[in-house]
Ligand binder design. Structure first.
Ligand code: E4P
Length: 217
């Protein structure tokens, strides 16, 4: 399983990219709004940092296929690595079909059922983004959705990649890897949690203390 970072915060993207652990970025309108920056500018800056797929979502106010297609073409023109993120609606599927037929990469987002994932794949989506954490939030095991989509895509020989989204903590990450997600898109805070272990910190302290005791500073 590969990792994308799920943020529009350039500093966090740089830090994760420098560690070599991510190979792509996902954003959404809420994450862009949080940064309070012009969409095209922040996306272009992100694309200059990470050499991999960068998902930029159509505006939350664009709901018709024609609008999403026009916006999708403009997003794709920002950088060759752009992926157009489209919400899972009937209009979104129409837009996905048109953009995919033009060779533009697409990420159908806000997937909460396996049927939605199957339809998005058939409409030509490069990626589908099932939202794990938001299902957990309503007492429905999100990981079951990832596992089911993964099984269906394997059985049907579907090449659309599964981006496990709405990942909230390190156990989600392990579950996604076991469930067959191709990619997990994770906030920087989850990467930090994945790095840390108290025994690692204690081990470093002891190595330093033992070394200094004999050789000094
Ligand atoms: C994915 O593409 C979304 O941007 C994201 O993972 C949503 O996560 P949230 O449910 O924590 O907002």
């Amino acid at each position: 399983m590969k990792f994308f970072i799920d943020t529009a915060k350039v500093d966090d993207i740089k830090k994760a990219n420098d560690m070599g652990v991510i190979c792509g970025v996902t954003t959404n309108p809420s994450l862009i709004a949080k940064e309070g920056r012009v969409f095209e500018e922040v996306i272009a800056e992100i694309a200059s940092i990470v050499d991999g797929p960068i998902s930029g979502e159509v505006k939350a106010t664009t709901t018709d296929a024609e609008g999403m297609i026009a916006e999708g073409r403009a997003i794709a023109a920002i950088h060759p690595n752009m992926v157009v993120k489209i919400p899972m609606t009937a209009e979104g599927l129409k837009a996905c079909k048109v953009l995919s037929s033009e060779g533009i990469k697409t990420n159908v987002t806000l997937i909460f059922t396996a049927n939605q994932a199957l339809l998005a794949a058939r409409a030509g989506a490069t990626y589908v983004s099932p939202f794990l954490g938001r299902l957990d939030d309503i007492s429905t095991p999100g990981i079951d959705l990832i596992r089911t989509i993964s099984e269906i895509f394997a059985v049907a020989g579907i090449e659309t990649e599964i981006i496990a989204a709405s990942v909230r903590h390190p156990i989600h990450v392990i579950d996604c890897a076991l469930a067959g997600a191709d990619i997990a898109t994770v906030p920087y805070s989850v990467i930090e949690q994945m790095i840390k272990h108290p025994l690692t910190d204690q081990g470093i302290e002891k190595f330093q203390a033992d070394y200094k005791a004999v050789f000094g500073e």
